[in-house]
Design a protein around this ligand. Structure first.
Ligand SMILES: Cc1ncc(COP(=O)(O)O)c(C=O)c1O
Length: 484
């Protein structure tokens, strides 16, 4: 199988240095026979990153960065070095400010709470967005801005270009308008075109690009793309450290953000008696309290690790694996000829990243319970992800889940959870609320993809893993009721 794969994806041969990296730096995968397929959930850390970080911490006296003592200055030097490295990585030095946060969600919340939403202004969200972006609509609503969604096409689940253009054309140029979309969907892997940034700018919008799922295996050049705000989590890029993310804000647009409060570390001056404060300029005005300075010291180590592996090589490798696995899964059929797998989003590698989200169907076309599939995969040492991945929009579009379905679910159970909704929606309309996702990253190899394919093949002709009466029609890429 490997020889066939290499013949079909010869570019994979250019990435064999990543096999050596896996053998040296991610030894625990093969030592424990683990197939890790959730790089979109979190990248794995290399042993060498942790060792380098430990050596760094052991060699310096590092104090709280908020003062001028030698111990404090040591920490400040490491934090500022990491900041420079981040800006360089994204080709953003001079044009952007890097604001350290706890994670991508922290970066998104900064934009949500500080963007000048007001009546007359707008927030336009892609239906394909992580909930940490969807949540910004609550800030927009609270300040009287109009909130709208740009829909997706079926079955590819890409942004509908014509309807997006119409929405972009609706804004009042004199007001503050924010358009937010992901560079790569964490649900389908679709890569929404970065050219949308310029198109939205032309219509008078500021642009928030959620790059959290894109940057672990794609190069992002901010000087070329020019979004106003960008969110990333470093553990998704190189596994370690957790607890550090970044908001990259374009210097031209950053002054638009008005912080709703101040905190220790964010002010140049604050008085109790005078009820006044003067916010620090630039990143300092956004970095609340004491930064996670020891972990931030690991960010530059992580970036160097990614640079040594080569982001383009990682991209090449994961896209070869994605192309191969997609074609294999699409071809999987039961003995009666019915397809076994439904892929959400594009079924070829063009215009997408290294994420494959799917559901399985039994020989009668009934939806297989993805929680059971996850359990079976776990028994084989395969780690993957199930649910809606905090991104409900693409699944709702693909399954035609309506507001009526959701209201019925909430009325039946005000404390609704995804598993409960899955049960309800399957019985109500034969639809699925959730799926399973595999994703590749820096330490992935062909054996990982093959092990998943072999596992998927074991579901052929199995009949006892279904929920409800869902039937999947491969022609229309829709779930239909039995007999409809
Ligand atoms: C596209 C996307 N955006 C945002 C996030 C939120 O990241 P974090 O949980 O690190 O804040 C994720 C996490 O899965 C993601 O995939």
């Amino acid at each position: 199988m490997y020889e066939e794969f290499l013949a079909e994806y010869p570019a994979y041969r250019t990435t064999t240095h990543l096999d050596a990296l896996r053998a040296n730096d991610y030894l625990r995968l093969d030592a424990h026979g683990v197939v890790y397929l959730d790089y979109t959930g979190a990248c794995l850390h290399a042993d060498s990153q942790v060792l380098r970080h430990a050596a760094l911490l052991a060699s310096r006296v590092l104090g709280n960065p908020h003062s001028a003592s030698p111990a404090s200055l040591n920490s400040t030097a490491l934090v500022e070095g990491a900041r420079r490295a981040v800006l360089e990585w994204f080709n953003a030095a001079g044009d952007y400010t890097a604001i350290f946060t706890a994670n991508a969600t922290g970066a998104l919340k900064h934009v949500g709470e500080s963007y000048p939403f007001a009546p007359g202004g707008r927030l336009l969200l892609s239906v394909d967005n992580h909930n940490s972006v969807n949540g910004i609509r609550e800030f927009a609503r609270a300040h009287g801005a109009a909130v709208a969604y740009a829909p997706l096409t079926v079955p590819e689940l890409r942004l509908d270009a014509a309807r997006l253009d119409a929405r972009l054309g609706e804004c009042d140029r004199g007001a503050s308008n924010l358009f937010a979309f992901p560079a790569q969907s964490n649900f389908t892997g679709v890569q929404h075109p970065l050219e949308l940034v310029a198109r939205a700018h032309d219509h008078g919008w500021d642009v928030l690009l959620d790059a959290a799922a894109f940057v672990p295996s794609n190069r992002l050049d901010l000087r070329a793309a020019k979004p106003d705000f960008v969110s990333v989590s470093f553990y998704k890029m190189f596994g370690y450290p957790t607890g550090v993310g970044c908001l990259l804000a374009r210097n031209e647009t950053l002054p638009k953000l008005k912080r709703p409060w101040f905190a220790g570390g964010t002010v140049n001056f604050a008085t109790v008696g005078g009820h006044r404060h003067v916010l620090s300029p630039g990143e300092a005005g956004f970095e609340d309290g004491t930064l996670n300075y020891l972990s931030i010291a690991g960010v530059e180590i992580g970036l160097r690790h990614l640079a040594a592996a080569g982001i383009d090589a990682i991209h090449t490798r994961v896209m070869c694996l994605t192309g191969w696995l997609l074609s294999k899964l699409v071809a999987l059929c039961h003995s009666n000829g019915r397809p076994m797998v439904r892929i959400y989003g594009p079924i070829t590698p063009a215009g997408r990243g290294a994420i494959i989200t799917m559901n399985f169907y039994d020989p009668a076309g009934h939806l297989v319970d993805y929680r059971r599939v996850e359990e079976l995969a776990g028994q084989q040492g395969i780690s993957l992800r199930t649910g809606c991945f905090c991104n409900p929009g693409p699944g709702e579009t693909a399954e035609d889940i309506t507001e009526e379905d959701i209201v019925a679910g909430l009325e039946a159970n005000p404390g609704l959870t995804l598993p409960l909704f899955l049960q309800m929606i399957t019985h109500r309309g034969g639809k699925s609320a959730g799926a399973m996702r595999v994703s590749f990253g820096i330490a992935s190899n062909f054996a990982d993809a093959q092990r998943f394919y072999e596992f998927a093949s074991t579901l052929r002709d199995q009949t006892r893993l279904t929920i409800g009466e869902a039937t999947f029609d491969i022609e229309s890429c829709r779930v239909i009721r039995d007999g409809s």
